[in-house]
Ligand binder design. Structure first.
Ligand SMILES: Cc1cc2nc3c(=O)[nH]c(=O)nc-3n(C[C@H](O)[C@H](O)[C@H](O)COP(=O)(O)O)c2cc1C
Length: 323
């Protein structure tokens, strides 16, 4: 075996590029694709601790972890220590490599109640939470943070130290404050400050759009790995270090079909196709998808017709769709 890039608790991690957790995006089919293309870890979408405790059937359906996705980090959010600890214990039963605590979500309905990025305002609660999690779980506990609540409270170094001291095994840092949302540029200098502040692996996140950005961000921050969100939605091959224009149409076609197939298998034919539409639009966007063609493609409810349209749009690459 080649030497791991870094370790998360007992787990060797092979690779320095990671697909970011994204609600409505990093579902099992896209996570599987991400791993296939080179994401070193599969993060789930965030899941509310209350749902884990009160809707077990729904949660276990979402958390059927597959062999090819592993290592999987299941991300959860919530605002009470007791609830998060109880939810993490339940999550541990499905066999993830780690439980990740979301400390970055800026949504006022979440952050405003003290969950997600709201946790950044309460370092003492963070310490209590992670100490309790460490004691309650046998697997590593990790965190995904932002730089702080807003410009007046950029406490990323403090939070990172608290996390490390309280037992977090890895810290992913999105280089924006809660107030910034997704606007402005990610502050890579601030991510480097977190790397300097702690000795656990730090994952640098924010604004990786081109293949060259991966090495730039690694160099700039000396982080253990980079995490890619929106860039990988538009171009999943970024996880392999490839820009979109370097991916031939035959490969786009192969991945589009495999991804659709995985969606249909996971969600069933109707929902699988509907949920695939947002990905299809992105796969085909670089080939001049007109509004009319986009509408025709994205309203098709028949899988065969959908594939044929996508194939036509891609300039009829080999092999043609069957049927
Ligand atoms: C549609 C969408 C959903 C997201 N959902 C989550 C989530 O569930 N958990 C999380 O920690 N971050 C979530 N994020 C934030 C990303 O993980 C990432 O931190 C952010 O997009 C910045 O990285 P980027 O510039 O590479 O996109 C989400 C982002 C987007 C765009």
């Amino acid at each position: 075996m080649t030497r791991p890039a870094f370790w998360v608790g007992p787990w060797p991690i092979a690779g320095r590029v990671i697909l970011a957790p994204m609600d409505g995006v990093t579902d099992p089919p896209f996570r599987g694709l991400g791993r296939m293309l080179g994401s070193a870890i599969a993060y789930t979408e965030f899941i509310h601790a209350v749902d884990i405790l009160q809707r077990p059937g729904w949660v276990w359906q979402r958390l059927r972890l597959r062999a090819w996705e592993r290592p999987v980090f299941v991300q959860i959010y919530g605002h009470t220590v007791n609830m998060l600890v109880a939810a993490a214990q339940r999550v541990q039963e499905v066999g993830p490599a780690a439980v990740d605590i979301n400390m970055g979500c800026p949504d006022p309905r979440i952050a405003g109640r003290g969950a997600g990025a709201g946790l950044l305002r309460t370092p003492i609660k963070v310490a209590r939470l992670f100490r309790r999690l460490r004691r309650a779980l046998d697997i590593p506990v990790t965190a995904k943070i932002r730089l702080g609540w807003d410009e007046t409270c950029r406490n990323h170094r403090l939070i990172a130290r608290v996390l490390e001291e309280s037992g977090a095994a890895l810290i992913a840092v999105h280089g924006r404050t809660r107030a910034q949302g997704y606007r402005g540029r990610a502050d890579w200098d601030a991510i480097a400050e977190v790397v300097d502040a702690v000795s656990v692996p730090v994952v640098a996140n924010g604004d990786v759009r081109r293949a060259a950005d991966i090495a730039r961000l690694l160099r700039h921050t000396r982080a253990a790995a980079v995490m890619i969100g929106r860039g990988a939605m538009d171009n999943p091959w970024l996880l392999q270090g490839r820009d979109r224009e370097d991916v031939p149409r035959t490969e786009v076609w192969a991945v589009l079909r495999a991804h659709l197939q995985a969606n249909l298998a996971h969600y069933g034919p109707e929902r699988g196709l509907v949920l695939f539409r947002k990905f299809a639009a992105r796969y085909l966007a670089p080939y001049g998808l007109t509004r009319a063609a986009r509408r025709a493609l994205l309203t098709t409810t028949d899988v065969g017709a959908f594939l044929r349209r996508a194939w036509e749009h891609l300039g009829r690459p080999d092999p043609p769709p069957v049927g």
